[in-house]
Design a protein around this ligand. Structure first.
Ligand SMILES: [Zn+2]
Length: 69
């Protein structure tokens, strides 16, 4: 089993962990309805993604299966 030859110094350890922090989720306004949504994701309040309707959320009775492409 490979064993480290030297103890990692606090400076080296902290430098390694300087990239570990989590960032806030990138939230933008939907261009169709103005709701807040995750960037590069479908809007779950209107079902649009970049001017194209992906999900039809208005009429739930007729369940048409739209291909998500
Ligand atoms: Zn929307």
């Amino acid at each position: 089993m490979a064993v480290p030859k030297r103890k990692t110094s606090p400076s080296r350890r902290n430098n390694r962990r300087s990239h570990d922090a989590l960032r806030n989720a990138l939230i933008v306004e939907c261009t169709n309805c103005g709701e807040l949504k995750l960037a590069h994701h479908i809007c779950y309040s209107c079902g649009y993604y970049s001017k194209n309707e992906i999900l039809s959320l208005s009429d739930e009775d007729s369940e048409e299966e739209n291909e998500e492409k």
